[in-house]
Design a protein around this ligand. Structure first.
Ligand code: GDP
Length: 645
């Protein structure tokens, strides 16, 4: 019998019916695929209200909680798992063994098997019909029936050359999602593998830089970090960075001691070194799982994946299938043929082709979607990474995609977001702002990233900061290391709203640029006592910064223009540095300083501008000083917080 005929017989839409069949594990290509007689019989039985065979089920059991997990329901009722799942599906409930459902729905599910549930628990009012209606309407379903256990998202971190990339490849090659083997893998930023029927999602960009960059934008997607440590080398600086970055994000760490095939492998030494950083192996009396593996020889991979499943179960990762989808952009680029392309990871809900959505200040419609095997798909569920087309511009990683009911709504919300995005600058932490919060009675934690020139001073700083009496303020050093401040340090500071303390070290150029853009506070010190003093004052709400004037540029007045409305505009030339509106300016005439005030307006041609740089002409109006003259020299200053360097 053909799929379409059976669909008609039971009164179902063919497309929906094909989906239902695939969820039951029956693969069909189209409506004209022929179905096995036994399957036809089983489906007829299901849809005509006949119960599947009852094997070993009980007549009743008692359950004294308002909800029950499907797994518990199966073990209590002794109904076969496949039978129960099929009934759930025919009733429109998308659940798996870990889903928790209200008791009255559980009753309806097992009623067909003549099982009753007795209970003294106060039950919630949900009915299966309600849940089904909510699921159909795609509306907010608060009941737990709509929650599924989603795949965990894993990031691999560790020092360079310790085997992160090879481990990612090995996992992918050995555990492609069942039935998909042979598919051509596409690198879309993440992939899924399967172990014992459970899906796991791996982010394809290893390392803590990408991980923290996403976090700095407010998106935390990783549930578990695998820390790869080469058994022959032991922990290295980036191993420590990775530990600190994972910890600052509160993500559990699973250690993979790699390269166990090497003769010089020494896992005990690795465990000992990790213990110094508060990662204590289970066989050392701690709680951190550390597994020996060889990415090269493909050994220990299965155990590693099984452990991830266990850790994921402990976190009880749930997501709704029915809420309007939300997803995080994890990668994006502009394709010449296809336009903006983004890989998103579904956080909740089901994303479908045709959905209207908002990302940051843009809106769009999902034109096409495909998975990590390059397969076109029509919908994606929580935990799945998918590449989508149909966005109007390239979104930044970390942006959130949100599905809207219709285009009009998406457009309206995108416009509102655009305005909000422009006015809502990142709120970085500084000693001054902390001090102000404390004075206002707002308790905020103070996170520090400490970089120093040598280990001796680093240890002294860490020890003395840890000894500070901080009252109610939670003071924490989230990362410390020797060496200049790098981009990762600043990224971590952004993600964790931390202040960077430099002790006799510099800041590299990328880090400086990022810190300036995001207004991250980087403070330089040469005396440990001053660090403690500043922190002490700020946590008592007493910190007041000292300001100093810093020269930014020099202008020379070349020609005066008189206007009746604005007065005199001094046509000038920037001979050095740059000049900004509202800067402090000292006017020097014939070698003598004659006035100090503010630059009230700055023009390029007729336009008001904020800044003009060396080599360009500009028009200057001074605040309350009308008689500028040709050949006057204006030296420009800005004020900035004084650093103790
Ligand atoms: P990444 O920088 O952490 O991504 O490290 P790679 O995955 O690129 O691996 C660095 C080098 O170590 C490569 O030459 C790998 O072939 C090698 N390698 C990785 N895992 C193993 C392993 O389990 N055993 C051995 N012997 N070599 C490995």
């Amino acid at each position: 019998m053909k799929v379409q005929d059976l669909a008609k017989e039971i009164g179902k839409n063919v497309k929906e019916f094909i989906r239902f069949l695939s969820e039951m594990g029956v693969k069909t290509k189209s409506g004209s695929t022929r179905l096995d007689d036994t399957i036809v019989a089983e489906i007829r039985a299901l849809f005509k209200g006949e119960t599947p065979q009852d094997k070993g089920k009980v007549a009743s059991f008692s359950w004294d909680a308002p909800t029950i997990k499907i797994q518990q329901l199966i073990s209590e009722s002794k109904v076969l798992i496949g039978d129960l799942m099929r009934v759930a599906l025919t009733k429109g409930l998308l659940v798996n063994v870990n889903s928790e459902i209200p008791l009255d729905i559980a009753r309806e599910l097992v009623a067909g098997f003549n099982v009753t549930i007795e209970s003294s628990a106060i039950e919630t009012r949900s009915t299966l019909k309600d849940s089904m209606n909510e699921i159909k309407a795609g509306e907010v379903a608060n009941d737990s029936a709509a929650l599924i256990t989603r795949p965990p998202v894993i990031t691999i971190m560790g020092h360079v050359d310790h085997g992160k990339t090879l481990l990612l490849d090995t996992i992918r090659q050995t555990n492609v999602v069942e039935g998909e083997a042979g598919g051509i893998t596409q690198h879309i930023g993440a992939y899924q593998v399967e172990i014992h029927g459970r899906k796991l999602t791996f982010l394809d960009t290893p390392g803590h830089a990408a991980f923290t960059a996403l976090r700095a934008r407010g998106a935390q997607v990783t549930d578990i970090v695998i820390l790869v440590v080469a058994a022959d080398e032991g922990i290295r600086p980036q191993t420590v960075e990775a530990i600190d970055h994972a910890r600052a994000a509160n993500v559990p760490i699973l250690v993979a001691i790699n390269k166990m095939d090497k003769p010089e492998a020494n896992p005990e030494k690795v465990k000992q070194e990790l213990s110094v950083h508060d990662l204590l192996a289970e066989d050392w009396g701690g709680t951190t799982v550390m597994l020996p593996i060889s990415a090269k020889k493909r050994e220990g991979i299965k155990e590693l994946l099984e452990m991830i499943v266990l850790m994921a179960d402990m976190q009880d990762l749930k997501a709704s299938l029915t809420l309007p989808a939300k997803a995080v952009v994890i990668e994006s680029h502009l394709s010449r043929q296809r336009g903006p392309v983004a890989t998103v990871l579904i956080k909740s809900g089901t994303l479908r082709v045709g959905d209207h959505f908002v990302i940051d200040g843009d809106y769009g419609k999902v034109r096409a979607m495909h998975n990590d095997l390059g397969k076109d798909i029509a919908e994606a569920t929580p935990g799945a990474p998918v590449e989508i087309l149909g966005i109007s511009s390239v979104p930044s990683p970390g942006s959130i995609l949100e599905v809207m009911k219709e285009e009009r709504e998406a457009k309206k919300i995108a416009e509102q977001r655009k305005i909000a995005l422009n006015s809502n600058k990142h709120r970085a932490m500084s000693l001054e702002s902390l001090s102000q919060h404390i004075t206002e009675g707002n308790l905020k934690p103070l996170n520090l990233v400490v970089k120093a020139d040598v280990n001796g001073s680093l240890e002294a700083i860490v020890a003395s900061v840890n000894e500070l009496k901080t009252g109610n303020v939670h003071l924490q050093i989230i990362h410390y290391a020797t060496g200049d401040v790098n981009e990762n340090d600043v990224m971590l500071a952004i993600a964790s709203q931390a202040i960077v303390i430099c002790f006799n070290v510099g800041v590299n150029a990328e880090a400086r640029r990022l810190a300036d853009n995001e207004a991250v506070s980087i403070r330089h010190y040469r005396i440990i006592y001053e660090i403690l003093d500043d922190i002490n004052k700020s946590i008592k709400g007493l910190y007041t910064p000292e300001y100093e004037e810093v020269k930014t540029g020099v202008i020379e007045v070349r020609q005066l223009f008189k206007f009746s409305k604005v007065g005199v505009i001094a046509g000038s030339y920037v001979t050095e540095g740059k000049v900004q509106r509202n800067s402090i300016a000292v006017i020097t005439r014939a070698g003598t300083d004659i006035y100090k005030g503010k630059i009230a307006s700055l023009k390029r041609f007729k336009e008001d501008v904020k800044e003009v740089v060396q080599g360009f002409e500009c028009g200057v109006v001074m605040d309350a000083f009308p008689n500028l003259q040709e050949k006057d020299i204006i030296t420009v200053f800005t004020t900035q917080e004084k650093h103790n360097s």
